[in-house]
Design a protein around this ligand. Sequence first.
Ligand code: S3P
Length: 171
Amino acid sequence: MNNIILIGFMGVGKGSLAREVIKNSQYIAIDTDDLIESMENRRVKKIFEDDGEAYFRKLESDVALWLESSVKNTLISTGGGFYKQKNLKKIATVVLLDSPFDAILKRIKEHPNAAKKLKKRPLLSDLKLAKELYDERRPEYLALADIVIDVTNKSAIECSKELLKKVKKYA
Ligand code: S3P
C-alpha cells in the first residue's frame, strides 16, 4: 500500500477523516502536527508563540524528510501548511480535502469544541487574513493533488468511502 497524505485548509476535517479511514482499512494513521508536538513536547500554538512560524516550518520539513525515508502503509494527516514540503509527492499519494472557505468556518463553528478549535490555530485568529491565506493556497493545493475529495456537507463516513475507492488505483 502506498502512503496517503491528506492536505487541505485548517479545519477542513483531515484529522476526522483519518480517524474514520483507519477504522475501515489496513492503514495506520499519523498526524504531522502530533509528531511535531511530541518532538517538541509543547503545543503548536506555543511553538508559534515562543519561536515563530519559521521555526515551525523547519520542524515540518524535518518531519517530511523522516516520513519519506521511514514510513510505509500509512495515512498521514497534515497541518494546513505542510503541503509546501518539496518532497510531498515522494512521501505519498496526495489527497486534497476541498471545501469553500465559508463552509470550513461553518464546520468549525458547529463543532462542540468550536472555541478550542479556533484558539489552537494561530493562523485562524484573524478571519480576514485566514481568507486571504485560503485564496492563496487553494490553487496550490489543487495543483498538487492526485485526488480531490469535495468534503462539503459530507460525513466523515461518506468521505472515507470515497477516499478508499479513489486511492485503489494508486495502491
Ligand atoms: C497551519 C495549520 C495547522 C497547524 C499550524 C499551521 C497552517 O494545522 O499545522 O497551526 O499553516 O495552515 P490544521 O490544518 O490541522 O489546523
